[in-house]
Design a protein around this ligand. Structure first.
Ligand SMILES: Cc1cc2nc3c(=O)[nH]c(=O)nc-3n(C[C@H](O)[C@H](O)[C@H](O)COP(=O)(O)OP(=O)(O)OC[C@H]3O[C@@H](n4cnc5c(N)ncnc54)[C@H](O)[C@@H]3O)c2cc1C
Ligand code: FES
Length: 369
């Protein structure tokens, strides 16, 4: 399997909060083009843990404008394989296998000048990368970060965000602590409608057209998303980064599973090609239209990587959703069980690391999600 990953050396490991660390990774000059990042993107990390190759994604906490290093910040989850390894065991001087940055959490736009961020726990990581970027590139943009944690000690970047607030007059951080009530704390319970209403009532979030960034547990993001819906905000104004797919894989309905045990996504009226037949395709990726020759037994993601392209991906195992794209023409097959919902499959969304072309021409779009 083609996995475009590179050895990066950990040049610094520092404590960030209780059970959380930041790892600084050196980007040698010959890899700087490959590792060019955008604000809020994530990298894929592979480590050998107890003889098993474990793959996980981590958002960059550093500014994308840093050329010769990138930082990731990891919070340990209970019994977590990779997070425990990175927080407790990995040492400065060691190398990690890393897939270059990808993701679309932040989008560059001249019209978006009011950034409203909601983060819980390690969900603050991509926000920090975006804040650091805006500090350099758009110092006049308004940024409000609403940030929930259990306690001050468990809060990643507490000191740093306070310093950034002093340096950036247009940045304001509002702190929520669910397990302590201290001076300067803006919220004293888990996120709820009452507090969200006060965000809008007391603070000037809605003065200019806001763009919302959400990152934290699914339940946290869904309370905020529903609230924003009731306030009339359109889904195009809401960006979500899902760190943790906490649902069981969904099995597609029996009637949509074919004789090979796969779900067909796309134009089902098309004649299905047999394995071994040639299939061609076009992939829309970062605004470019790329022609691809698919090979038998190769997923759409693998064909793109073999062709030297840079599609977003991380786990290659169907669990992180980083490689999601939309089938806009043709037919593809996917395993009957995936982390995509029935509605998403119906809409034409697929995981390119799990999807095989099943018609002669297939078009997929990684930009229109
Ligand atoms: C795009 C993306 C960006 C990410 N960025 C970051 C980041 O910047 N910092 C960071 O710390 N993590 C981040 N994550 C989460 C990270 O990839 C891992 O999922 C996390 O570190 C847990 O992996 P693990 O191997 O330690 O846990 P596993 O061994 O996979 O899981 C162990 C147990 O913990 C539960 N679990 C797994 N993940 C979580 C979670 N996130 N929260 C609560 N419970 C969990 C599982 O259900 C299981 O019971 C990101 C994930 C994605 C998809
Ligand atoms: S790369 Fe993770 S789901 Fe496809």
């Amino acid at each position: 399997m083609v996995r475009k990953e590179f050895d990066l050396k950990i040049t610094e490991k520092r404590d960030e909060a209780t059970d959380a660390v930041t790892l600084k990774l050196e980007i040698p000059e010959n890899l700087q083009e490959e590792f060019k990042a955008e604000a809020g993107q994530f990298i894929g990390v592979t480590a050998q843990i107890n003889g098993e190759a474990v793959h996980r994604s981590y958002s960059l906490s550093s500014s994308p404008l840093e050329g010769n290093f990138q930082e990731i910040s990891i919070k340990k989850v209970l019994n977590g394989k990779m997070s425990t390894y990175l927080v407790d065991e990995v040492k400065e001087g060691q190398t990690l296998k890393v897939v270059p940055p990808s993701g679309h959490f932040y989008k560059e736009s001249e019209n978006e000048k009011n950034h409203v961020m909601f983060a819980a726990g390690s969900g603050v990581t991509p926000m920090l990368s975006i804040i650091r970027y805006l500090k350099e590139k758009k110092p006049n943009d308004q940024i409000s970060l609403f940030y929930w944690n259990k306690t001050v000690k468990s809060t990643m970047f507490h000191k740093e965000l306070n310093e950034l607030m002093r340096e950036m007059p247009k940045l304001h951080v509002y702190w929520g602590y669910t397990q302590e009530n201290i001076e300067g704390c803006d919220f004293t319970q888990r996120v709820c409608d009452k507090d969200l209403k006060s965000c809008f009532y007391n603070w000037s979030v809605s003065l200019k057209t806001p763009v919302f960034y959400l990152c934290g547990p699914e339940s946290f993001m869904s309370i905020i998303e529903v609230f924003l819906g009731t306030k009339g905000y359109d889904s195009s104004q809401i960006r979500k980064e899902n760190f943790f797919i906490n649902v069981e894989p969904v099995k597609a309905p029996a009637e949509s599973i074919d004789e090979d045990g796969k779900v067909l996504v796309g134009d089902k009226s098309l004649e299905k090609i047999k394995s071994g037949s040639e299939a061609k395709g076009v992939a829309v990726l970062d605004g470019d239209k790329i022609e691809v020759e698919f090979q038998d037994e190769e997923t759409i993601l693998e064909s793109l990587l073999r062709s030297g392209e840079n599609p977003p991906y991380s786990c290659m195992e169907g669990t992180c959703i980083a490689c999601q794209c939309r089938v806009t023409e043709g037919l593809v097959s996917m395993p009957a069980e995936t982390f995509l919902s029935e509605d998403e499959l119906e809409e034409g969304l697929i995981l390119s690391c799990q999807a095989f072309p099943k018609s002669k021409n297939v078009k997929v779009d990684f930009d229109d999600l």
